[in-house]
Write a protein that binds this ligand. Structure first.
Ligand SMILES: [Zn+2]
Length: 185
């Protein structure tokens, strides 16, 4: 798959999207070795349904990556649910027949939730140098550029945030006793 789309102006979004892509590659490459656990099977069926090309002949985006990116942009830019519905409607009008663009924001969100990507807010640097991860939770400034994490420290308002879809809890449950789980630690 051509990954040139990963090159974007927004460093935090770039890091996040390339993380999601590596994760998907990792998951899909390891699925043959996993046992016939029903929960695991269901997860891979949903994942395969979502990992189809966005429209016939599309080389850059799977349906799932499109949705993940769209939901990120929604949060970063403060788009309303209704504006996402309108945007998706426009996509469905301009893309070739057979496209898999979700019909609505609700449908897009449901696909990520069915996969167990329960969304969570994470803080991002206003200058896009980095994202806060779990282990950074006590930090108040960004390591790379030194910007403050908070716009209003007293009211705990972040300078910028993104929505993240942490996959680890769900996967640890699926692969509790397998080699895959130990690789993810
Ligand atoms: Zn920064």
């Amino acid at each position: 798959m051509d990954k040139s789309w990963i090159e974007s102006d927004d460093r935090a979004l770039t890091i996040y999207m390339s993380g999601v892509q590596s994760f998907l590659d990792f998951m899909l490459s390891g699925k043959e070795s996993e046992g016939p656990n029903d929960d695991t099977k269901k997860f891979f069926r949903l994942m395969e349904e979502a990992e189809v090309e966005l429209y016939p002949g599309c080389k850059n985006f799977s349906k799932l990556l499109f949705i993940v990116r769209l939901l990120q942009e929604k949060v970063i830019n403060g788009w309303t649910d209704k504006s996402v519905d309108k945007l998706l409607n426009s996509f469905s009008l301009v893309l070739p027949e057979g496209s898999r663009v979700p019909a609505s924001y609700y449908e897009a969100k449901k696909i990520t939730e069915d996969l167990g990507f329960t969304s969570q807010k994470i803080d991002a640097c206003p200058n896009n140098c980095m994202l806060f991860r779990d282990e950074d939770n006590l930090r108040e400034t960004f390591e790379i550029c030194g910007a403050s994490r908070y716009r209003d420290r007293d009211r705990n308002i972040s300078a910028k945030h993104m929505k993240s879809f942490p996959l680890k809890p769900r996967l640890q449950k699926l692969f509790m006793s397998s080699k895959t789980a130990s690789l993810m630690r």
